[in-house]
Design a protein around this ligand. Structure first.
Ligand code: BF8
Ligand code: SF4
Length: 635
């Protein structure tokens, strides 16, 4: 590697020196220790689905070319792949289920700590779902919305899931029905996928992959529930300024990192921190500083302007500052190694969800009935820990960059609507048709140390904006841009091509009410908020009067890591989007599956995977895909 540290994030580089000086093990060491990684696993041709295995495809032909049961490479590869999609769909929907339960408890009057923060969103959502709103109480409307969402988890009737169906343009709706991948529920679809891929069931790779695509759409159902209900409970994001990178962890404050994905708990922690400021001051601090990590961070950044400390691969680094008093986690993307580092510091690690415990961490079960009380307990644990800091271990980071986030679809609609109130998204599509900008790219996904941390995110972003692409971002991709100072107005000056620059300036001039200038890349939110991108591409399709495969819109996950990313990439392809992935999924063991993902998918759905690890080539392929679509639109 060019950089032996395997990261390009300046805040992380600072902290890695601390780790090395103190001989503290981090993910960067474990990545090296895992090399070389297993070639069979890498290609997806290792099967452990039954106890006769593990079987590996060891030869081109003969008995060693199949598992003991006779499963061939294409069966094994496709089964492994769609089981990842099932894992992703289960994860996103578990997150959504928790938000849904909270909304339900609110309706039932079991919690007083939550509220309908955005009645506007509730009404819009209910109308979309076909729920009556006229002369009805908000709680009653929310009651119907939650009932329908619960049905989406478990519906047995032959009717598409409402939180997908109501969000689809007609052409995509028909496509999913005709190809038999429209899910009617989430839980049943995940279960069906597990059953379909069990030993001795489906061996047909095409049928298995179609099952996987249905699973990916079930993932999208979960995301739509998660995003929309979070907006109802916590507010629709609006443009907001904040800062990112490890320098936001401040010595004079009681610092609490909230890490994971679910805003249900962390929103309460933000409230509790405000209320307990005096207690923190009594302990000698100036106040309580909540900082976010990963998608919990993105959720709070979008709605509350909470600082984003870091993203997934560098989550351990927050502890190495020596001034992080508590690491409060909910679910997903949380390294079990965090406790190992907390043990070397005064930092308290606290898990909060029944399905997420780590040996060595304190568990404080979080309930929506007692949400604020629980959150206060967490803050008090941090205040106590603050008193036990070891001054010798303090090693602050100096890296922090300003950013502008909060671009929900509603916020974008407002911004575009100042230029054309009747047809807001024509502002975007007209700019594409006129050649001012080249299209839209949604950058998403994780960190994966198979790449230098954040390098590919940044390199691809820079190449796209230089070529006048309008970029939206979510998850750890958005995190990378925020940390690197690429999510602000100065970055527009420095990196945007002339067309993109003039487009962004035009939006600014039409929106003098905004208290901030616009950024180079528009933060859509956490990973469940990739659903906002699906709204965006469909709004553009409607504006252009075409189906999504004709829209100059692409997606890119340069450092995909989690099963959730596999699910997201797969629904992007189903939604007709060219989807770049910079870290190879485990499918190179079957040319057939590789071909389905990169070509046949295109014939059926109009979207396809672009697997490309070289970021320059990847950016060019994305630009080509956009250019081809724009050219076709113009003729
Ligand atoms: O849901 S981008 S590493 S934090 S999986 Fe995880 Fe990937 Fe980050 Fe958010 Ni998304
Ligand atoms: Fe081997 Fe077949 Fe069992 Fe897989 S399902 S472990 S290939 S025998």
């Amino acid at each position: 590697p060019k950089n032996p540290l395997r990261t390009t994030d300046p805040g992380t580089i600072e902290m890695l020196k601390v780790a090395q000086e103190n001989k503290l093990e981090t993910v960067f060491d474990r990545f090296v220790a895992q090399q070389p990684q297993c070639g069979f696993g890498y290609k997806g041709i290792c099967c452990r689905i039954c106890l006769a295995g593990p079987c590996r495809v060891k030869a081109e032909d003969g008995p060693a070319s199949r598992g003991i049961c006779g499963a061939t490479a294409y069966t094994i590869v496709s089964r492994n792949l769609v089981r990842m999609i099932a894992g992703g769909a289960a994860s996103h929907s578990e997150h959504a289920r928790h938000v849904l339960h909270t909304a339900h408890e609110l309706v039932e009057g079991k919690t007083k700590d939550y509220e309908i923060k955005s009645p506007e969103k509730l009404h819009k959502l209910a109308e979309k779902l076909g729920i009556e709103t006229l002369n009805r109480d908000n709680m009653e409307i929310l009651g119907d919305v939650t009932e329908l969402a619960y049905e989406d988890f478990g519906r047995y009737k032959d009717r598409p899931a409402a939180f997908l169906d109501s969000f689809l343009i007609e052409q995509r709706h028909n496509k999913f029905l005709n190809t038999n991948i429209m899910p009617r529920n989430i839980d049943g679809t995940v279960t069906e996928l597990m059953a379909q891929t069990a030993q001795g069931v489906d061996a047909d790779p095409v049928n298995i992959i179609f099952g996987g695509l249905k699973g990916s759409l079930a993932d999208l159902v979960g995301e739509y529930i998660g995003t929309n209900l979070s907006d109802v409970l916590f507010g629709i994001p609006e443009p907001i300024v904040s800062e990112a990178n490890l320098g936001v962890i401040e010595e004079k404050m009681v610092n609490i990192a909230v890490h994971g994905h679910n805003p249900v708990l962390s929103e309460m922690v933000v409230g509790a921190a405000r209320e307990l400021k005096a207690e923190a001051q009594k302990a000698g601090a100036e106040g309580v500083n909540i900082v976010g990590i990963c998608c919990t961070g993105n959720e709070l950044l979008m709605r509350e302007g909470v600082y984003l400390a870091t993203s997934s691969a560098s989550q351990e680094m927050a502890i190495l500052t020596g001034v992080l008093d508590a690491m409060v986690v909910d679910i997903q993307c949380i390294y079990p190694s965090l406790t190992q580092l907390c043990d070397c510091y005064h930092t308290k690690m606290i898990t909060t969800e029944a399905i997420m415990k780590v040996p060595g961490a304190q568990h404080l079960a979080f309930n929506s009935e007692t949400a604020m009380e629980d959150a206060k307990k967490l803050v008090r644990i941090a205040i106590e820990a603050y008193k036990r800091r070891d001054p010798k271990k303090i090693a602050l980071s100096k890296t922090r960059n300003s950013l502008v986030a909060g671009f929900s679809i509603e916020a974008l609609t407002d911004i575009f609507g100042k230029i054309n109130p009747e047809r807001p998204f024509s502002v975007l599509t007209d700019a594409i048709l006129s050649g001012q900008i080249k299209g839209v790219v949604q950058m998403a996904g994780c960190n994966n140390l198979k790449r230098q941390q954040d390098e590919s995110h940044v390199a691809i972003l820079k190449a796209l904006v230089k070529n006048d692409v309008f970029v939206v971002a979510t998850g750890c991709s958005a995190g990378a841009f925020a940390k690197m100072g690429l999510m602000n107005s100065e970055a527009v000056e420095e990196y945007a091509g002339e067309g993109l620059k003039s487009f962004i300036r035009q939006l600014e001039e039409a929106n003098p009410q905004l208290s901030t200038k616009l950024p180079l890349v528009f933060h859509l939110g956490s990973c469940v908020d990739n659903s906002r991108g699906m709204d965006l591409v469909q709004a553009m399709a409607k504006e252009l009067g075409v189906d999504t495969p004709k829209v100059p819109f692409a997606a890119s996950a340069p450092e995909a890591m989690h099963e959730k990313a596999v699910a997201i990439g797969s629904y992007c392809v189903s939604m007709g989007i060219p989807t770049h992935v910079g870290t190879m999924p485990y499918l190179e063991g079957s040319d057939l599956i590789y071909g389905i993902a990169t070509q046949i998918a295109h014939d059926v759905f109009g979207g396809n995977f672009i697997f490309e690890v070289d970021e320059k080539v990847a950016a060019q392929k994305i630009l080509n895909a956009l250019e081809y679509r724009t050219w076709k639109l113009r003729i």
